[in-house]
Design a protein around this ligand. Structure first.
Ligand code: IMP
Length: 198
């Protein structure tokens, strides 16, 4: 049994899609309503992913996988980065306005940007597997698309000529930061034949 330890429904949908069909039963935090969220005090995606995985594994006594992810915008010195979830609140229309406003203040209308995801798997009090994934793109002038979650509507992916919010979750996962990091986790789990710690 493996706990997919995220409270973000958008992430959970994608992760369940990527791990679908593994010979391991997946449980989610919905199965552990009494477990509170840990504070994400890390300075990097990797530190936050590790602390979440270790925390949930200790709290549930199950092997637990957690990811930490976010958007880095070059013209904003890498912001919002590890603060992506709460940067200027949780209303994305407002967050998009703030991004465009900050870009204009720097004299640009767009910027190269990337989504980064770090995945950590904890079992028996230690991290037994980690992987990262990145997808490179740029900030679009205006939001487009209604799929996905978070910053997807303003993340333009040049190879497909559209934003990530214009892709279905399977197509997004083929190229996304989370898709890459969790594909590596999937390989690890397949190679370990269900014995998580190997
Ligand atoms: P975390 O839950 O602390 O890892 O925060 C992740 C935050 O980064 C999310 O709440 C979104 O704001 C942003 N983010 C991460 N991955 C994605 C993605 O695939 N699409 C859009 N936004 C994302």
């Amino acid at each position: 049994m493996l706990l997919v330890a995220t409270t973000n429904p958008g992430k959970l949908r994608e992760i369940e899609g990527i791990l679908h069909g593994l010979p391991i039963a997946l449980v989610t935090l919905r199965d552990f309503p009494g477990v509170a969220e840990p504070e994400e005090t890390g300075a990097t995606f990797a530190e936050n992913a590790r602390l979440k995985a270790l925390y949930y594994a200790a709290a549930t006594r199950l092997p637990s996988v957690a990811d930490d992810s976010g958007l880095e915008i070059d013209a904003l010195d890498g912001a919002p980065g590890v603060h992506s979830a709460r940067w200027h609140g949780t209303d994305y229309a407002w967050k998009f306005q703030k991004i465009h406003e900050r870009l204009r203040a720097r004299g640009v209308s767009t910027s190269p940007a990337r989504f980064v995801c770090h995945v950590a798997l904890a079992d028996g009090g230690r991290i037994v597997h980690e992987a990262s994934g990145v997808v490179e793109g740029r900030i679009s002038d205006e939001p487009r698309g209604t799929n996905g979650f978070g910053y997807d509507p303003i993340f333009f992916y040049p190879p497909f000529g559209c934003t990530l919010a214009e892709l279905d979750s399977e197509r997004k996962s083929q190229v996304s930061h989370r898709g890459k990091a969790f594909a590596a986790l999937r390989q690890y789990l397949e190679a370990n034949g269900g014995r998580i710690a190997g």
